[in-house]
Design a binder for this molecule. Sequence first.
Ligand code: PEP
Ligand code: MG
Length: 577
Amino acid sequence: MSIYISGIGVSKGITIGDAFVIAREQIEASHITLAADEINDEIKRFKVALKQANKQLRDFKTKISKTTANDILAFIDTHLLMLEDPAFDESTIANIKEFSCNAEWALQMQSERLVQAFNEMEDPYLRTRKDDVLHVVKRIQAVLTGIEESNDGHLYKGKIIVADDLTPADTIMMQHQKVAGFITEYGGPLSHTAILARNLGIPAIVGLHHARQLIHHHDKLVIDGFNGTAINSPDRKSLKYYRSVQRDETAKRNLLSTLSGKPAITLDHNPITLHGNIDRPDDIRIIKKYDDTGIGLYRTEMLFIELNQWPDQKTHFQTYKRAIKKLNGKLLTIRTMDLGADKEIQDTIDHGPMAHNPAMGLRAIRRCLKEPQDFMPQLLAILRASAFGPVRIMIPMLTNLSEVDQVLLLIEEAKLTLRKRKINFDENIPVGAMIEVPAAALSVDAFAKKLDFLSIGTNDLIQYTLAIDRIDDEVNYLFNPLHPAVLKLIQLVIDAGKKANIPVSMCGEMASDTQYTRLLLGMGLDYFSVQANALLEIKHIIVNSTLSNLKTEVQNIMNIDDENEIKERVQHLVNLL
Ligand code: PEP
Ligand code: MG
């Protein structure tokens, strides 16, 4: 019997596949006492599992090595070395013999010992290596317990992941393994995991409570990412229906692809800039699949998350240079790191102070200004990279002018260092602010006087204006980009840019949502930075819109207080197409 379950659709698309149910916690090891004559066979079983885990990693490394930075490949090498280390191999075998126990239990004992040793280390870098131990143990345990079915290292390939929650790092790893989609029990549409799924084009549903009770390993599933429905054990009729939706989607995409490479100009000849959002240089490939554009938002914190530590200057530099090369002269807007809230590295989670409201805590530029010596390598690297192609520096979460001044001073200091060392960089590199805190939007004229560009981060601007945690699905019903307060703040920023004659873009998810394109055009927005798979849909609306008509309609909408009426009028604009 088909079971329909509802959550929040956060990444459009239909996918059909088998469920792979996971928990982020460690796989629980069971304890079995062995008879003396079973010990040798158990040791053999452990050795076979070690070999298989080793083979998985080597295969995985070969498959991703063409597209992945050396630093990240080095982490796989570390895991391979650990698998061969006597700390895993001999000590676990010694445990099997000494305690007459199964390999899973013996490995668990050894893992706990190692984790404790790492936890006691003074050096914060070495402490983070504990995560590598846990990853390696998890991999061997998966093989031992038979959760691993394929021996080609593609545990999740083609599967629909069902989990309590996923971190941005999990999502990136799953993309490497080509998952077909994912469902999580928690999380909101603006969580960074949801944004990553959209950027990667993986259909996804979040906030599907009790998913892991309703869906079991290997169940056949359909994910409808358009309206957030998952269908467990779909019958023939529903499968037929969803396959036809998939076909329609492909046909629509093929039609849109004719817009690729064409300029985004309205019917009354107003050019609009349309750029893409990326999380890693490799995502430029996904952008190029749709259109050959510049990048209006490169979220660099994903580099920190992938490495699980603050990168050094060289790593920053090589990563940015790689992105610039891939862009072939198109603009790259590098946003300085925005760690905090739902994007964290393990060491901070383990050892940092627990913030009660991390979204309002020491996040993004606040953290960088508190530790300028840690921020400086990123600034130096961005400047050095600017010698290889057009680059802009974008600062997240600015709240007041004193922060703007401090950032500008630090950038000057970085420039001075490079001049002294006779290292090339773009002397006129534009520096801009994300406007995503209501206080910044309300005082945006002053920001505009000091900066070269502005970009509206609606994900946070809406979160802070409406006081709703963007990752909490319980308050998702309050999320509304059309709240008059939000629209007024957006309008302030667009107008301030025009007054100061500096570009204003929007890089939050609102820019990628076709429901709002005409409203934003009518408000005067002429620069959209969007997810890869929204590029052509948004362009389709732009090239079929008459700006002068929209301006008149939108001026009227801006005077309405009632949210439902605003929604109706905005829907009417969409229907004009
Ligand atoms: C935003 O807040 O709108 C934004 C683009 O930044 P992030 O989603 O990374 O916080
Ligand atoms: Mg933001």
